[in-house]
Ligand binder design. Structure first.
Ligand SMILES: [Zn+2]
Length: 442
């Protein structure tokens, strides 16, 4: 059975993805000037904002001049709900997408044909970097609908000339049958859902390795190197990271190549900056902070200095794969979903890293933060993996204490660890909900 091979990966758009830095900067500056002018002329919101800040599109003479422009946030997108940020005339809109709106009013973006082409191009770059070619079959198990996940992967696969199976998430038994019968060489979905597919197969006595899958692009939620190791081991694939957000275009803003050393940003379309989320200062290369994006070519809903809240860092060194496009590191967390517990900052990812290293635990967990009296408490629910649970672990109490100790070492504060029965912690078919914060902040 043909599994992943480095010989199968290639660079989709060499001209852009291997550009000299100076040429890239020149292209970015030209596009930035156009975008700022275009937004100023077509969107009242930008004109009012820039007038208020006393900046004008003509003030953009170098790339650094972008710092003269104010940031925009999700709040601005909500205030302009649904279509006040759209720059293109309505007759040019070809598709609309929206965030789930779970934390408030959803943000909505209309895409012109040009935007859809840019999106297809960016995801195609990512898919080529895991080895998708015109003969490939790509099973897309991200959700379809207003959510951008599924569509981006489908358009990218089709751009390459591959066959896309728009399976969407859910209906796992059917999903498994399709993966076998169609038969897909590549899978795109959230990492937690991919793990759930593997677990379901194992439960039914099937080996996920027997699927013809060679690789996949996984994203739309936070994940860790430990989850990658599990995915690669269980399916015998190359599991590569894909990043994106609806406000910018959707998944495909950046994707990892097979070197797995940061996600290459399609920076000829999306210009990145890293800022300190507190002071809003732009940080020097390599420092960790919040990533801010400016779309350089979008015509439907251009975003200029959009604060993503995602924490990462940038690496401008040429990658071993040959691409010169800047790489962003795996998302460390979101500046607004880091937990502050007993005054200590905790990222759910830190706890996940510990859990995933314990073979006897299933890749499912939940973090529950509460304040029973006046003090914060973290409870981490983990689940025993029956297949890997050795009979030699007879003392569950010691086992539990060992996990609690490792978590305390990782995050600096003590937690309560609870062992749950196999398959009792809710699995997710889309984005996993790992943290339940029961504290009342009102
Ligand atoms: Zn690379």
């Amino acid at each position: 059975m043909a599994k992943f091979s480095e010989d199968d990966v290639y660079i989709f758009n060499k001209e852009r993805e291997c550009m000299q830095r100076e040429d890239m900067k020149e292209l970015q500056l030209k596009r930035l000037k156009n975008t700022v002018k275009y937004a100023y002329e077509h969107v009242d919101f930008y004109r009012d904002l820039y007038d208020k800040h006393n900046v004008h599109p003509d003030d953009i003479k170098t790339l650094e001049d972008i710092q003269k422009l104010p940031f925009i946030t999700k709040d601005d997108l909500r205030k302009t709900y649904p279509f006040k940020l759209q720059a293109a005339p309505k007759e040019d809109w070809k598709e609309v997408h929206s965030t789930s709106g779970t934390t408030g009013i959803p943000t909505v973006a209309a895409y012109t044909q040009k935007d859809l082409d840019i999106w297809a191009e960016s995801t195609a770059r990512g898919l080529a970097s895991v080895g998708v070619n015109p003969k490939s079959i790509v099973n897309v198990a991200y959700g379809f609908g207003l959510f951008t996940g599924g569509h981006g992967a489908q358009y990218g696969a089709q751009k390459i000339g591959a066959l896309a199976v728009p399976m969407s998430s859910g209906n796992t038994p059917k999903q498994i049958n399709f993966l076998k019968d169609f038969p897909a060489d590549f899978l795109c979905c959230t990492p937690s859902y991919a793990l759930f597919i593997a677990e379901t197969m194992e439960k039914e006595g099937m080996d996920p390795k027997d699927l013809p899958l060679k690789g996949g692009l996984f994203g739309a939620e936070m994940w860790t190197e430990e989850i990658r190791a599990k995915l690669e081991e269980k399916f015998d694939i190359s599991a590569q990271n894909i990043y994106g957000l609806t406000e910018v275009i959707g998944p495909g803003v950046s994707t990892e190549c097979h070197m797995k050393d940061g996600m290459h940003i399609a920076e000829d379309h999306f210009y990145p900056e890293i800022i300190d989320p507190e002071t809003l200062e732009v940080l020097p290369e390599g420092e960790e902070g919040e990533i801010v994006f400016t779309s350089l070519t979008k015509t439907g809903m251009p975003v200029i200095r959009y604060r993503t809240k995602d924490l990462t860092s940038l690496n401008y060194e040429k990658c071993k794969c040959g691409r010169t496009t800047v790489r962003m590191s795996r998302i460390k967390g979101r500046s607004d979903d880091m937990l502050k517990v007993k005054g200590v900052i905790v990222f759910p990812k830190q706890i996940e890293e510990v859990i995933m290293k314990v073979d006897e635990l299933a890749p499912a967990y939940q973090i529950i933060v509460s304040r029973p009296d006046t003090l914060d408490e973290i409870e981490v629910q983990v689940e025993i993996d029956q297949a890997n649970f050795s009979d030699s672990i007879t003392d569950l109490e010691t086992f539990r204490n060992k996990i609690a100790k490792s978590i305390k070492e990782a995050i600096g504060i003590g937690v309560k660890v609870t062992l749950a029965e196999p398959f009792t912690i809710p699995r997710s078919e889309g984005k996993a909900k790992r943290v339940i914060d029961k504290r009342d902040f009102s």
